[in-house]
Design a protein around this ligand. Structure first.
Ligand code: DLL
Length: 433
């Protein structure tokens, strides 16, 4: 099934997509030049004017925008319109400092609902579904994005919010929920809660899930699919663009379609900021094409992925695909000269059937040497000998992807604290020199 929400746009020929992009790019460039002092100054420094943008490739002449730029101008100085014209505000969790704040005009909300409806529809949501949304309704973009998209499709939305996991399972059981959304690691936690309540997740009516907001290894995806007996899709997005809704994988499950009528994507070398070669790994950099409240030029997401060649997908959609996000460049850990992304370790761990649902990397300095310990919960309670055996197996498996042998500590099920919305995979307690 194609599950297209907007057939005309989702199958728009690539030449038409590019025409549309160029028109919108010129409009956005003019909008920010005229209304955002930060961008006017950048244009002057680079000695460029909006009229210099004549082709899509000219995007490379434009300045990049970083999270620090947004923080320096927080909360409202990056806006291209007055607050009077905005009807909603969202902000990123801001664990590393000042939150990034975004205000939406009515049209920004309309575009967000549209892209979310495309993503949800692509993952199988229809108006016949009972859609449970176990994400906190607040300034985090997650819940509202899914809510607006599901409304557009006409599904029955249960706005169950975050937390109270037992209540989530009871609601699923009571109302016959067929589709759930959320943060990937929370879907795994919910399955554990159901099992603790002696409810087999497979026996619930949930048959589809759309998850994202954090690195989501194929191994974790497969586990969620198996434990719930449901189809799982991956959704990517970030507050700075709209929230969730930038891209999702279709039923081919070999890449996420990014909505190019609203976002112009580049994949750049994070050091040189030059475009990487075709299908090479780089940083995803996005220019918004239709935003009115806070349009952004060449926003550096810090997310690492590959862009696929521009060929038409088997599903019929023409919009470009990218690989699942491997990790954030700022989550990358360098130890013993090796670059490690948490996702690499997760993909090894999730393949082992004795490994439980939660894990983390702990970095410490011992006698002036940096040490990596991978703490991992076992699936079932293990004896000391069984734990030691599992530790040896995991050491060898992890070494095969990160080159050196880490310490591995197997812990009993449910012993790693689960706080906050997104899983915290890296605890860095190294001595800073
Ligand atoms: O996490 C929006 C969202 C909510 C997306 C629900 C999907 C589902 P932020 O809090 O601003 O917004 O965090 C954005 O999360 O730059 C990525 O590093 C990471 N991220 C989001 N989706 C994925 C994904 C929301 N599917 C940051 N895979 C992004 C990997 C993801 N990382």
């Amino acid at each position: 099934m194609d599950n297209l929400f907007n057939l005309k746009i989702e199958k728009l020929p690539r030449t038409k997509i590019k025409e549309l992009q160029l028109k919108q790019l010129k409009k956005t460039v003019k909008l920010v030049y005229d209304n955002v002092p930060f961008y006017k100054k950048k244009f002057q420094e680079l000695k460029i004017k909006p009229d210099d943008i004549k082709t899509l490739e000219d995007v490379q002449k434009l300045p990049v925008t970083t999270k620090d730029d947004l923080r320096d101008n927080a909360p409202f100085n990056m806006m291209a319109t007055s607050l009077d014209n905005c009807i909603e505000l969202h902000a990123s969790s801001g664990t590393t400092g000042i939150p990034v704040t975004v205000c939406y005009t009515p049209n920004d909300i309309e575009v967000w609902s549209e892209v979310m409806a495309r993503c949800l529809s692509m993952s199988g949501l229809t108006k016949k579904d009972v859609f449970q949304n176990p994400i906190p309704y607040g300034t985090f973009t997650g819940a509202f994005g899914f809510h607006y998209g599901a409304h557009k499709i006409g599904a029955l939305v249960i706005p169950s919010g975050m937390g109270q996991s037992e209540r989530q399972i009871k609601l699923m059981d009571y109302y016959g929920t067929t589709f759930i959304s959320g943060v990937a690691s929370y879907a795994m936690r919910l399955s554990q809660v159901a099992l603790d309540m002696k409810i087999d997740p497979k026996k619930l009516k949930v048959r589809n899930g759309l998850f994202g907001a954090e690195t989501f290894s194929p191994g974790l995806k497969k586990r969620i699919m198996d434990i719930w007996e449901m189809d799982v899709h991956d959704i990517y997005g970030l507050t700075e663009m709209c929230g969730p809704g930038v891209s999702t994988d279709c039923d081919q499950h070999n890449g996420l379609h990014l909505w190019e009528d609203h976002f112009l994507v580049e994949c750049l070398d994070p050091v040189t900021l030059e475009p990487v070669g075709p299908e090479e790994e780089g940083e995803i950099v996005i220019t918004t094409l239709t935003k009115e409240g806070m349009p952004l030029l060449r926003y550096r997401t810090r997310d690492i992925a590959k862009l696929y060649d521009e060929k038409i997908c088997e599903c019929g959609r023409t919009h470009i695909k990218h690989t699942p996000v491997k990790g954030r460049s700022d989550d990358m850990v360098i130890i013993h000269g090796t670059n490690i992304y948490p996702g690499q370790i997760e993909s090894v761990l999730m393949k082992n059937k004795d490994v439980g649902n939660n894990w983390r990397m702990v970095l410490k300095t011992v006698d002036d040497v940096d040490m990596l310990t991978v703490e991992v919960e076992s699936k079932n309670q293990l004896s000391q000998v069984e734990s030691m055996d599992l530790e040896e197996i995991l050491k060898t498996d992890i070494k095969s992807v990160i080159v050196f042998t880490p310490r591995v500590t197997v812990l009993p099920p449910k012993s790693i604290p689960q706080e906050g919305l997104k899983a915290k995979r890296v605890i860095d307690e190294r001595k800073k020199v």
